[in-house]
Write a protein that binds this ligand. Structure first.
Ligand SMILES: Cc1cc2nc3c(=O)[nH]c(=O)nc-3n(C[C@H](O)[C@H](O)[C@H](O)COP(=O)(O)O)c2cc1C
Length: 277
């Protein structure tokens, strides 16, 4: 029989087959169907510091090109995982990897620290596709600086195998992978969910588009009253401000006495140039 043992940067697996987080529960739910100990590893559901209800339903949309999901990391929190769920996983004869998510660096660190004390958990898969609440909702995994910050903070408290799960919704995933590696990741896991949108075939619009358009329209009206012409754009070069005033002149006077004369002279000049040629 072929030897499928896999060494993932020092982390030993029976074979390279692991389950995608969120699609296999905690593994035990599937034990009536397959012998889960035959897997190389089970990456369990996303776990956060506190209990999360997840997104409102519907959370799934089937499309001809694949399924869209918006589960929103529903889980009971790391304390519950450690006390109630983890003991049921102890008998599984394969690697159990916990997928860790958070909204701030502190969340990730506190969750990873708790998991570090669980002897049967061999690795963490750090899901950095979550929005960083402190930095205005931008996902940790879409910016090298934020990715590096969260990975190095977790690295300090988590001594076992640290796998970092990257988001494909970036310009250059290699940059983010390098940032994670630089910050101390042992491996990277590719990829998290691709962004998508389901369109309602009857209205031929995304379900939320009407609301979004209305919000943009209202913000536009409010913003318009505050927007003046930017007199001093922020450029490095010296700025020459040019202003012309015509005291007492209206648009008609300017057109007859300035614009038409200049146009006439220009036409005359063009003819002169043509004759000279
Ligand atoms: C129902 C569902 C729940 C998921 N939950 C999580 C999760 O909790 N944490 C995570 O990192 N990824 C989660 N994912 C993403 C998957 O683990 C996987 O990365 C993603 O589906 C990409 O694989 P695919 O392109 O083959 O679908 C979830 C995916 C699905 C479909």
């Amino acid at each position: 029989m072929a030897d499928l043992t896999t060494n993932l940067g020092g982390f030993q697996l029976k074979n390279p087959v692991m389950t995608a987080s969120g699609t296999f529960g905690y593994g035990t739910e599937f034990s009536d169907f397959i012998d889960i100990s035959r897997l190389g590893g089970i990456i369990v559901k996303g776990t956060t510091l506190h209990h999360r209800e997840g997104n409102a339903y519907p959370r799934m949309a089937e499309t001809p090109s694949g399924m869209l999901n918006a589960v929103g990391l529903q889980n009971r929190g790391v304390e519950y995982f450690a006390e109630k769920i983890n003991p049921t996983l102890a008998a599984i004869n394969t690697n159990v990897i916990v997928n860790v998510s958070g909204s701030t660096v502190e969340d990730y660190v506190a969750t990873a620290e708790k998991i570090a004390y669980l002897p049967n958990i061999n690795a963490i898969e750090l899901n950095i596709s979550c929005p960083n609440v402190k930095q205005g909702g931008m996902a940790f995994g879409t910016c090298t600086h934020a990715a590096e910050e969260v990975v190095s903070a977790v690295r300090k408290v988590y001594p076992k195998h640290l796998m970092v799960k990257l988001s494909p919704n970036v310009t250059d995933i290699v940059e983010i992978a390098k940032a994670a590696q630089f910050a101390g990741a042992d491996s990277v896991s590719l990829i998290n969910t691709l962004l998508g949108m389901a369109i309602n075939a009857k209205t031929r619009r995304p379900v939320l588009s009407t609301v979004i358009v209305l919000v943009i329209f209202l913000l536009g009206i409010i913003g318009y009253s505050y927007l003046g012409v930017r007199e001093y754009p922020s450029v490095d070069n010296p700025i020459i401000t040019v202003s012309v005033s015509y005291p007492g002149a209206n648009a008609e006077i300017i057109e007859n006495q300035e614009v038409k004369i200049i146009e006439f002279d220009r036409r005359f000049l063009d003819k002169k140039v043509a004759i000279l040629n």
